[in-house]
Design a protein around this ligand. Structure first.
Ligand SMILES: [Cu+2]
Length: 487
């Protein structure tokens, strides 16, 4: 395998040989890398303004902002400036990106169906650019495709886009010149058009999230825009957990989440815990109610938006994340083989005389990579997670938390971790419950016994097998415990 095709996936799939060696002394040093709890949210309910040419309930862009505008002779005037931006993905990872108005991604544009908008675009990059209004119905010459619909905007130039908004929905904007470079460096944003005559009241919470993916070599300060397949930083509004801001809702709120995906290569499977939702719209418009069905995961093709809605009826901390599991991981600063199931006992003892302070890791999975505070190289993120209420959270990347509460802090601050009512928290099973319910460990320990014998250790204590029950509660033939030498 050449180094050029040695990517995250085949690297993880390698059958394990070498132990991962980490200097113990460095474990302490990275404490500062993992102390940042999920950022607070301003998820307060914004004052409702009746819909119309000038009024709507604004969306909340977690970790983002809305682009200011002014009214000039009845025209909504916006100004975007394309420019280099130093951007933090999460505490510990900062990169030199390209964005708009000092932000990555650009600010969310908000307007109302029927508005006449004029959007100035100033180019402060060293390269030509354009802006395409993704999904917006407009004259061809305003479509922003370099070479096809307009001349590119040269460095220092300001172009004017002007059109009337004929539709409403969740749309996007992005560079459409040297797309791979400019979009992989961050040049994109959301374009929300509120309905002029909505059929339903506005939701209580209206969130907007843009998904994207990046290749940032460990320790590098610049995302690699030439990467074609192997991305290692996955973001919601250009932030990776624990840098993502929580979504907040009060119990009973109708919550809308608008999701856009402008990842270079990946679709994403955005999964919300605790609820089912309905996909009510795409960037092609609203889906008639008869065509909506309940989901817990929404598929997000690249170059599309999906809008989901649900009633936040159940208080708690509910995670929302991409279910493509490499997308809830971030960079891997250390290369190692697959050690799952390998008996690494005694390896430290053998290695330490040769390499003082070294230890093995990874024999029970990757979940401990972040928690151990394994020193990450400068300007990189631990492979997984951030601190949680009970334990270290073993997901990072494209991951955030929906915090639903009976009451929210009056000052709009993030409500902190959920405190479950007594009796509603999963905990170690008490002995008396195990006894009462006849829970035993026969099937598992048959294998454990075989493994222990193979290692030359004493066999573990074996419990009697539990009788199987038919659905009517009557006893079936007991499980036969097969002793095997196989692992
Ligand atoms: Cu994904």
């Amino acid at each position: 395998m050449s180094s050029s095709n040695f990517n995250r996936r085949n690297f993880l799939a390698l059958a394990g040989g070498a132990a991962l060696l980490v200097p113990v002394a460095r474990l302490v040093a990275s404490e500062d890398k993992r102390t940042s709890a999920p950022a607070t949210s301003d998820g307060t309910t914004k004052p409702f303004v009746p819909p119309g040419p000038l009024g709507y309930r604004p969306v909340i862009t977690p970790n983002g902002v809305t682009l200011p505008w002014k009214l000039v002779d009845g025209v909504k005037v916006f100004h975007l400036t394309a420019e280099p931006v130093t951007h933090e993905f999460a505490p510990g990872l900062v990169a030199e990106c390209w964005g708009y108005n000092g932000r990555v991604h650009g600010p969310t544009i908000e307007a109302v169906e029927g508005d006449h908008v004029r959007i100035y675009v100033t180019n402060r990059l060293a390269a030509p650019t354009t802006v395409h209004w993704h999904g917006v119905l407009l004259p061809s010459g305003m479509d922003g495709v370099g070479g096809v619909s307009q001349k590119a905007i040269q460095p220092g130039e300001t172009f004017k886009y002007e059109f009337t908004l004929k539709q409403h929905g969740t749309l996007m904007y992005h560079s459409h010149h040297d797309e791979m470079t400019q979009m992989q460096l961050g040049m994109m944003g959301l374009f929300i058009i509120h309905p002029k005559n909505p059929k339903t009241p506005p939701p209580d919470r209206d969130y907007a999230i843009m998904l994207s993916e990046w290749k940032i070599e460990v320790g590098a300060r610049r995302p690699d825009p030439n990467e074609m397949t192997d991305f290692n930083v996955f973001t919601m509004n250009a932030r990776s957990f624990p840098g993502t801001q929580a979504l907040v809702a009060k119990k009973g709120d109708r919550v809308r989440i608008r999701i856009g995906n402008l990842s270079t290569m990946s679709h994403h499977a955005i999964h919300l815990h605790g609820y089912y939702f309905k996909v009510v719209a795409t960037d092609g418009g609203e889906i008639p109610e008869a065509g909506q069905w309940p989901e817990t995961t929404v598929h997000m093709p690249t170059g599309s938006t999906r809008t989901v809605e649900f009633i936040a009826g159940e208080p708690g901390d509910w995670v929302m994340h991409c279910h493509m599991l490499h997308h809830v991981m971030t960079q891997m600063g250390h290369k190692f083989g697959n050690l799952i199931g390998i008996d690494t006992q005694g390896l430290n003892k053998k290695f330490r005389p040769l390499v003082p302070g070294f230890m093995t890791m990874g024999d029970t999975g990757m979940g401990d990579m972040g928690e151990m505070g394994m020193a990450t190289p400068p300007n990189s993120l631990p492979m997984v997670g951030g601190p949680g209420q009970y334990d270290y959270i073993t997901m990072g990347g494209m991951f955030t938390i929906l915090k639903v509460r009976d009451e929210l802090p009056a000052d709009g601050s993030e409500p902190g971790w959920y405190q479950p009512p007594p009796g509603t928290l999963a905990e170690p099973a008490p002995e008396e419950d195990l006894k009462r319910d006849g829970i035993s460990f026969g099937a598992a320990t048959a294998q454990a016994e075989a493994r222990a014998r193979a290692r030359g250790g004493p066999p573990p204590e074996i419990c009697a097998p539990t009788p199987l029950l038919a659905t009517n509660g009557s006893k079936l033939t007991p499980t036969v415990r097969v002793k095997t030498a196989m692992n």
